[in-house]
Design a protein around this ligand. Structure first.
Ligand code: F6R
Length: 624
């Protein structure tokens, strides 16, 4: 979703801003722009579409400036147009604002400003901030900080801002209100970005803005202020400065590369928390970085673990599907009832958690607004909380005292693949951890599960080796308009995830159902044009799933299965089969989803879709 960057220092600002915007590209956007101060005057350059369009303009104009802010916009208020692209300026074009999030009372503020004679040029809520700041600055033109304090007192919502003014070319102002912003400090140069990866390219000395904080950034450093104007002091923290590399490493798309990285990321995540099958799962590993409240791992005492009588999982999209697998696994191994909620559905409703509940927020980015809002509600209700994220530097990491970090590296493709697998393995580890502490499974079974988990990456490697056969079968689905995915038990969430992957990548409509639910309504849509993709793994629900598939076959649907090698019943029911190596039913969701990811990829690529950045989607969904 939207991204903010800023730079001031000895170098040309435009190329630095562009390079930082490239780091944020993966979050999803539909227009981009920069505002630089060139020879004492503000110069705003913006373009709808990909960053390449902005780059072309910058190459033409070559602005000579050493201070500036930039933005990638994912449309919320107003369609993606040049006018709506950020930065937005005030009436006389002396100050520019970039903005992430939503100003909830913008309509009210816009009406007031319009009545005062301000003319709006865009449909955005952001422009309100630019005019409001201009209005407040009229009262005391030299005191930008006081003006910003008066502005934030009037704005409601969760947002982050970057501000430059041609009257103060030696500084950038940044505002963080329930969002994420990082300031990077270099040698006589400073950086601003909504995602620390874009700062870590240039420096490993960072300051993360806390909630409701204003930063005055100069080349000498940063001053921090609370919204009441009180100055705060905080030392920068050192983080790994490994440059953020955007490299497909020979793969046609990041998505395909990331699907292929799955055995590696599973091994990395497993090796962090699982020493051997004979030892308990260990989450007490080193903290991520000084200055962050979250530790890698789970710091609940044994008594606290035993006191938990309910688990509540909150997440969105693919992470929600991981949470559903988590529910099945935790209930199976620990006997603790687990609720899984789509995080946005927690809003405006009573979240029934208390000091005997463990609330788990699952979020690859750790920045999803709905998930953060839900975990905040759980914190207020006194629940234990735990985060599962790929970003130890995220907002989520600052909210939960317990954190399982998935070791995936950056996931560039907007569609989640490797982070889903890593979230799944985190849930298996967590379930075994809780079960060992509560004595709900035998030592022998715990050992078997841990051995099984350690073997999963090798099984996925075997699945990936079948890619060419999957590609051939996948292309038979490319003409479909509707596709139905079904699965039962541990693989019901796999059916949901398979459908989500196919629709977001190929734009073919797809729905996932619990296989047993098909006959309660969805079966009405079946005919010979509709492929039904069944996840069929030997185990407790095998026969019943097969019967549900047969019900679909009787409606002439095109029958496709994800089935294990040696399953002799499958060929008589299915027209084509994506074969996978045999796998235990309980562990199978980590394997069955992989052919579905590849299927979605091959169909989308065949149809010429923008595989890494599907239309309308954002990687980091920072608005509710
Ligand atoms: C789908 C996808 C999204 C995300 C969802 C939550 O491929 O990527 O559905 O899973 O937006 O994002 P995070 O995990 O960052 O909270």
């Amino acid at each position: 979703m939207c991204g903010i960057v800023g730079y001031l220092g000895p170098n040309q600002a435009a190329p630095v801003l562009l390079s930082k915007l490239r780091c944020l590209e993966y979050r999803g956007y539909d227009s981009a722009g920069v505002a630089v101060i060139e020879a004492g005057r503000l110069n705003v350059i913006k373009a709808v579409g990909k960053l390449a369009n902005l780059e072309t303009l910058l190459q033409k104009e070559r602005p000579m400036a050493t201070v500036g802010i930039g933005h990638t916009r994912w449309a919320t208020h107003g369609s993606p147009t040049d006018e709506n692209a950020h930065p937005h300026i005030n009436a006389n074009g002396t100050l520019a604002v970039v903005h992430n999030g939503i100003i909830e009372n913008y309509a009210e503020l816009k009406a007031e400003l319009t009545a005062r004679g301000y003319v709006f040029r865009s449909d955005t809520d952001t422009e309100v901030a630019a005019h409001l700041l201009s209005y407040e600055l009229e009262k005391a033109p030299t005191d930008v900080l006081r003006a910003i304090i008066r502005v934030v007192a009037q704005m409601r919502g969760a947002y982050a801002l970057g501000i430059v003014s041609q009257h103060h070319p030696d500084r950038i102002y940044a505002v963080n209100h329930h969002y994420s912003l990082t300031v990077g400090l270099g040698e006589k140069e400073s950086f601003l970005a909504s995602d620390s990866t874009a700062v870590r390219q240039f420096t490993n000395k960072i300051i993360r803005l806390e909630q409701s904080e204003i930063a005055e950034i100069t080349t000498d450093g940063v001053r921090l202020f609370a919204f009441d104007g009180n100055e705060r002091t905080r030392d920068p923290i050192s983080v790994e400065s490994n440059a953020y590399k955007i490299d497909k490493e020979g793969f046609k798309h990041f998505l395909l590369k990331e699907i292929h990285e799955q055995p590696l990321v599973l091994r990395q995540t497993l090796s962090k928390y699982l020493i051997s099958a004979d030892q308990p799962v260990n989450f007490n590993v080193e903290s991520f970085a000084p200055g962050l409240s979250a530790m890698y791992g789970v710091s609940l005492s044994d008594d606290q673990v035993r006191s938990i009588d309910r688990i509540q999982i909150v997440a969105c999209g693919t992470a929600y599907h991981a949470g559903l697998v988590g529910k099945y696994v935790i209930e199976e191994l620990c006997g603790i009832p687990v609720e899984v909620d789509i995080a946005s559905e927690v809003r405006g409703r009573k979240l029934l958690v208390n000091n005997r509940t463990l609330t788990i927020a699952v979020s690859q980015s750790g920045e999803t607004a709905d998930t953060l809002a839900a975990i905040n509600e759980a914190i207020e209700s006194g629940s234990f909380t735990l985060g599962i994220t790929n970003r130890p530097d995220s907002h989520l990491a600052t909210l939960t005292p317990n954190l399982i970090v998935t070791e995936c590296g950056i996931e560039v493709s907007v569609a989640a693949t490797k982070t889903y697998l890593a979230q799944l393995v985190s849930f298996y580890l967590l379930a075994i951890y809780l079960a060992e502490k509560r004595g709900s499974i035998s030592d022998q079974y715990a050992r078997e599960l841990k051995r099984g988990l350690s073997h999963v990456p090798a099984v996925i490697e075997q699945v990936l080796a079948r890619e060419e056969a999957y590609r051939r079968e996948s292309l038979k689905l490319a003409d479909a308009h509707d596709v139905v995915f079904i699965g039962r038990g541990f693989n019901y969430p796999t059916a949901l995830e398979g459908a989500l992957k196919l629709k977001e990548l190929s734009y073919i409509h797809a729905s996932g159902y619990a296989a047993g639910e098909l006959k309660h309504g969805p079966i009405a849509v079946l005919d010979s044009s509709v492929p039904v993709i069944t996840v069929l793994v030997p185990g407790r629900v095998y026969e019943k799933t097969l019967s549900n598939a047969q019900e679909s076959r009787a409606r002439n649907a095109r029958m496709v299965a994800i089935a294990v090698d040696g399953d002799e019943s499958a060929p008589s029911t299915f027209d084509y089969i994506f074969r996978i190596p045999p796998i235990d039913e309980i562990l199978s969701p980590m394997v069955t989803v992989v052919p579905m990811q590849l299927m979605s990829y091959f169909v989308a690529d065949f149809l010429g879709k923008d595989v890494d950045q599907p239309r309308n989607l954002a990687k980091s969904v920072t608005v509710e």
